[in-house]
Write a protein that binds this ligand. Structure first.
Ligand code: 4HQ
Length: 237
């Protein structure tokens, strides 16, 4: 599943170009029994199965031996701290990250205590395994590594790296199904375009994710724009 997810896209090309390295480890290769079991019944009973601690501990031991001690060992689970753009930025500066993916009902608690150094969740929903969460993290972190995305200005300007939602984008044709591209974007007036985009990003953020404005790093000009937008909204309502 992880291999398939890394077969295409900008991060996979970054891997091919040697800008980052991703190794996939199969927990079954770190089992000792005939059935290569990675799960077992829960102590205390109840439904489902629990990931055994030994294969995970042995896998990380092998990683230590073969690739050196990781700087962080991340357990993926809905109980973790929420993964965000700032977490992605932090991990993009960490040299060696191990991502632990589980299946079934979850992992033996001792993996948390003994093997993991932190725990992250990609959101409040239940996946059938940690692999998709790992792919999400590899993608969001990978594209922040210098050179992975061709145009690093686009990375810097991305929604969330600025703490705001994105402004609306348009390309040709200038009219589609009766909907016109805003005139200012066709005007060639660069300063006006920037102003329009800043305002549109603020309007959208205020309408859809107002809580983001509490923590966004806004310039004085953006604060002034926001006050203006809020006044307009008051008038409308
Ligand atoms: N999981 N963010 C692992 C998640 C999840 C999430 C479900 C991970 C079940 C065993 N992981 N197990 N949300 O839903 O990271």
């Amino acid at each position: 599943m992880v291999r398939a997810g890394l077969e295409e896209g900008v991060v996979s090309r970054g891997i091919e170009r040697g800008l980052l390295d991703v190794a996939i480890h199969d927990l079954r290769d770190h089992t000792t029994d005939r059935h290569r079991s990675v799960d077992d019944v829960p102590y205390g009973g109840g439904p489902g199965m629990v990931m055994k601690p030994e294969p995970l501990a042995r896998a990380v031991e092998t990683i230590r031996r073969e690739r050196g001690t990781p700087d962080t060992v991340v357990l993926l689970s809905p109980q973790g701290r929420r993964f965000s753009q700032s977490e992605a930025e932090r991990l993009s500066r960490v040299g060696h990250v191990v991502l632990l993916c589980g299946r079934y009902e979850g992992m033996d608690e001792r993996v948390r205590t003994l093997v993991a150094t932190e725990e992250l969740s990609i959101g409040d929903y239940v996946l059938s395994g940690g692999e998709l969460a790992a792919l999400v993290i590899i993608d969001a972190v990978g594209r922040l590594i210098p050179g992975v995305v061709g145009d690093d200005q686009s990375v810097q300007e991305d929604s969330f790296s600025r703490g705001l939602l994105d402004y609306p984008h348009y390309t040709r044709p200038s009219e589609f199904e009766g909907l016109k591209v805003p005139d200012v974007l066709l005007s060639g007036h660069h300063a006006e375009v920037l102003r329009w985009r800043r305002r549109a990003a603020l309007e959208r953020t205020l309408a859809r994710r107002p809580e983001l404005l509490d923590v966004a790093a806004l310039t004085d000009e953006e604060r002034a724009l926001l006050t203006e937008i809020r006044k307009e909204q008051e008038k409308k309502s």
